[in-house]
Design a protein around this ligand. Structure first.
Ligand code: MG
Ligand code: ZN
Length: 226
């Protein structure tokens, strides 16, 4: 059988201009956010990954390991629900929910509004849980100091190679739910090789967020060691 590949035609000039403008504006706002965070001596981490990859579970596991040593705040991005905010609040962190409505990613402007509304006095670390999506969040930096992408073996063997852009953006790549590799028949070393090839500089860590396996390494990679 002959395989047919359909590729998009060249976009119209107007669309390119609009997109460039939007991304440039976002980058400007992200820089302002970073300055504000630096002034308040807050380390911010942008947590990205698909729906169900374990972003919230990872944040919860980190909070549990950090204990009382650090004061943590969380911005939970979601289209419409508050489920994650409630799950994280249970760990004792200060949480603000950002509902994006139809937007499939957080942007620097939304983060600025969230920061404005949060009580950030005394906060050491701010986790930002992005909307579950492996495509556009990569293109919209928020001003965070570190960008982390979490992917789980339950997403199958091709998640990393099919989303090179976001994995290239990452400072830390987390391979989660490693206990499921065998039952899912996913080759973990192949996933590691894919990640290394796409982004040799990122810290690459295997975790099981539910048991806490690998979490100390994530904490270290984020520079959160007490
Ligand atoms: Mg979540
Ligand atoms: Zn989006």
């Amino acid at each position: 059988m002959e395989m047919k590949i359909v590729r998009p035609k060249g976009p119209e000039i107007f669309d390119i201009e609009l997109e460039k403008d939007l991304l440039a504006k976002n980058r400007g706002l992200a820089k302002e956010n970073r300055k504000r965070l630096d002034r308040s001596k807050i380390l911010a981490v942008d947590i990205m990954g698909s729906i169900g990859s374990g972003k919230t579970s990872l944040i919860k596991a980190i909070l549990r390991k950090l204990g009382m040593g650090k004061k943590v705040a969380v911005i939970a991005g979601d289209l419409t629900t508050t489920i994650d905010a409630i799950r994280i609040e249970a760990e004792g962190a200060r949480v603000i929910q950002v509902n994006t409505g139809k937007e499939c990613h957080l942007d620097a402007h939304l983060i600025r509004q969230a920061i404005d509304r949060m009580k950030l006095d005394g906060v050491d670390v701010l986790f930002i849980e992005n909307v579950g999506n492996l495509i556009c969040p990569g293109e919209f930096p928020l001003g965070a100091h570190k960008r982390l992408v979490v992917t789980s073996v339950t997403e199958g063997p091709y998640t990393i190679i099919k989303h090179p852009y976001i994995f290239r953006e990452a400072d830390v790549i987390v391979l989660n739910k490693i206990d499921m590799a065998k039952p899912m028949k996913v080759n973990l070393s192949k996933l590691e090789r894919d990640a290394r090839e796409i982004n040799p500089k990122a810290s690459l860590i295997k975790t099981n967020a539910l048991t806490g396996n690998g979490i100390p390494k994530v904490i270290e990679a984020l520079g959160l060691k007490p």
